[in-house]
Design a protein around this ligand. Structure first.
Ligand SMILES: C[S@@+](CC[C@H](N)C(=O)[O-])C[C@H]1O[C@@H](n2cnc3c(N)ncnc32)[C@H](O)[C@@H]1O
Length: 264
C-alpha cells in the first residue's frame, strides 16, 4: 500500500466521493436564489475546490467566479472546463480570508460555500473577514448560501462517516472522523482517510486538520456582526420546499444569508 497525505492534492478521489450530488446541489442553490434573492445570474464560489459546481453552473450558462487556496484543485477545475464553459468562468488562487476583486463589488447575485468548508477559517477574525468581504461583493438583494455542520458541545463520542464510490475500475472508500470538540479553543480535530484500490493500485491518502466549531448561538452572533441576516435554514438534503421550522434543531445546516440594509 502506498501512503500519501492531503486529499486536496488528489482532486479526482476527493470528487469521486463529494461530487455525486452536484446537479442536485446546484438545482437547490439556483432555486434558493430565485425564491429569496435576485434570481440573477452572476455566481461566486469561495473555496471552489476542483470546480464541480463551477463547471455545472457554467454548463447551464451561468457566469461564475471561483477561487481556492489549492493550486492542484484549481488545475483540476481548469482542466475539466470545455472552451465554451471557460468563457463564462474566472478562477483565482486566493484565500477566503482575503479574496477581493473590485470589479465584483456589489455585482454577485448568489455566492455559495457548502460541505463545511467555512469551518477551515480558524478564528473569529478570519471568519468575520471572510463574511464581510463576501457581503460587499453581493448585490443588495444578493445571497450567500453557507452550508456547514454545527457542533454539539455536549457530544461524548467522536463522530464517524463512511462513504464508498466507484471511480472507473477503482473503489474509493472514504472515512472521516471528527474528534470531541474543544469548546475553549473552538475547534475539533479532523481526520480523513481515502483508500483507493483497483487493478494494480492500493493507495491510502490520510489528511489531518482542525475545523472551527459553532453552535447555533455562536453562528447567529457572527452573522449579525458581519452584517448578514438569516433568511432561511435548510438541511443537507437540499429540499427547497422544506426549510427548517423555527425552533427545530439539526446540526447539518445550510444558511441562506442576505446583507442587512445599510451594513457598513
Ligand atoms: C471540502 S472542499 C470543497 C470544495 C468545493 N467547494 C466543493 O463543494 O466541492 C474544501 C476546499 O477549501 C479549500 N480551502 C481550505 N481553506 C481555504 C482558505 N482559507 N481559503 C480558500 N480555500 C480554502 C481547499 O483547498 C478545498 O479545495
Amino acid at each position: 500500500m502506498q501512503k500519501l497525505s492531503d486529499w486536496y492534492d488528489h482532486p479526482e478521489y476527493y470528487e469521486a466521493i463529494f461530487g455525486t450530488d452536484t446537479a442536485k446541489e446546484l438545482d437547490f442553490l439556483l432555486e434558493v436564489g430565485r425564491r429569496y434573492g435576485t434570481g440573477g445570474k452572476q455566481l461566486l464560489e469561495p473555496a471552489c475546490g476542483a470546480g464541480r459546481l463551477v463547471a455545472e453552473a457554467a454548463r447551464r450558462g451561468y457566469p461564475v467566479v471561483g477561487y481556492d487556496i489549492s493550486e492542484k484543485m484549481l488545475a483540476h477545475a481548469r482542466r475539466r472546463l470545455t472552451p465554451a464553459q471557460r468563457r463564462r468562468v474566472s478562477l483565482h488562487e486566493a484565500r477566503m480570508e482575503t479574496f477581493h476583486r473590485p470589479e465584483l463589488e456589489g455585482k454577485v447575485d448568489l455566492a455559495f460555500n457548502l460541505v463545511s468548508t467555512f469551518r477551515y477559517l480558524d478564528s473569529e477574525q478570519a471568519a468575520l473577514a471572510h463574511l464581510e468581504s463576501t457581503r460587499r461583493l453581493l448585490r443588495p438583494e444578493g445571497l450567500y448560501v453557507l452550508g456547514f455542520h454545527l457542533t454539539d458541545y455536549g457530544r461524548k463520542k467522536p463522530e464517524h462517516e463512511r462513504w464508498v464510490e466507484k471511480l472507473g475500475k477503482d473503489t474509493v472508500v472514504c472515512n472521516t472522523h471528527e474528534g470531541l470538540p474543544d469548546s475553549r479553543l473552538r475547534r475539533s480535530e479532523m481526520r480523513n482517510r481515502l483508500r483507493i484500490t483497483g487493478p494494480g493500485k492500493d493507495l491510502l491518502i490520510e489528511t489531518h486538520w482542525y475545523f472551527r466549531t459553532y453552535d447555533l448561538a455562536q453562528t447567529r452572533r457572527l452573522f449579525r456582526r458581519a452584517g448578514l441576516e438569516v433568511r432561511a435554514i435548510y438541511d443537507f438534503d437540499y429540499q427547497v420546499d422544506v426549510p427548517r421550522k423555527r425552533g427545530e434543531v439539526r446540526l447539518d445546516s445550510i444558511f441562506v444569508l442576505r446583507p442587512v440594509k445599510n451594513a457598513a
